[in-house]
Design a binder for this molecule. Structure first.
Ligand code: DQA
Length: 150
C-alpha cells in the first residue's frame, strides 16, 4: 500500500505509575525515566517521519478520553495501560472503537510474573503486543506501528 505524504500523528499512552519509571522497581522496569523514553520515541518518530505525541495519566477516565480523541487526531496508537491492562473494561471498550493499528506494550514480560498479570483485557482488541523487552520495547513497537500505518 502507498504511504501518504503528510507525516502521520501517532499517540503514545502511558498508564498509571509509569511516570515513576527509573525509581519504580528498577529490577523489573529498568532505570530509564519516562521522559527519556518519550524523548527517544519523539526522535525515532522524526526519523520515521511520524509526529509522536505522548500522554501519561494515573486516571482511568483520562485515558479513556484520550483514546476516544485518538480516533480523530491520530493514525496509530501505542499504549501501555500498566495496571489497567488487567482490570479496565472501560479502556478495552474505548480501544475496541478505534479503527487504526494499536500496539499494546509492556516493559516486563507480563506472562512471567504474578498470575493476575497474565490476563490482558485488551490483547484481543489490539493489533499486536510487545512484552518483556524493557524500554527497548517502545522502540520495537514504534517501528512495528510505522509498518502497519496506511
Ligand atoms: C506493565 C505491567 C503491569 O502489570 C504493571 O501493572 C505495570 C507495568 C509493564 O509495562 O510491564 O504498571 O504494564
Amino acid at each position: 500500500m502507498e504511504k501518504s505524504n503528510a507525516a502521520p500523528n501517532v499517540l503514545v499512552i502511558h498508564g498509571p505509575n509509569l511516570n515513576m519509571l527509573g525509581q519504580r522497581e528498577p529490577e523489573i522496569y529498568g532505570h530509564q525515566s519516562l521522559e527519556k523514553i518519550n524523548a527517544r520515541l519523539t526522535a525515532q518518530g522524526a526519523k520515521l517521519q511520524l509526529r509522536v505525541e505522548t500522554f501519561q495519566s494515573n486516571h482511568e477516565g483520562e485515558i479513556v478520553e484520550q483514546i476516544q480523541q485518538a480516533a480523530v487526531k491520530y493514525a496509530g496508537l501505542l499504549i501501555n495501560p500498566a495496571a489497567y491492562t488487567h482490570t479496565s473494561i472501560a479502556i478495552r471498550d474505548a480501544l475496541a472503537l478505534l479503527d487504526m493499528p494499536v500496539i499494546e506494550i509492556h516493559l516486563s514480560n507480563i506472562y512471567k510474573r504474578e498470575p493476575f498479570r497474565h490476563k490482558s483485557l485488551i490483547c484481543d482488541v489490539v493489533t499486536a503486543q510487545v512484552s518483556g523487552f524493557g524500554a527497548w520495547g517502545y522502540t520495537l513497537a514504534l517501528e512495528g506501528l510505522e509498518k502497519l500505518l496506511p
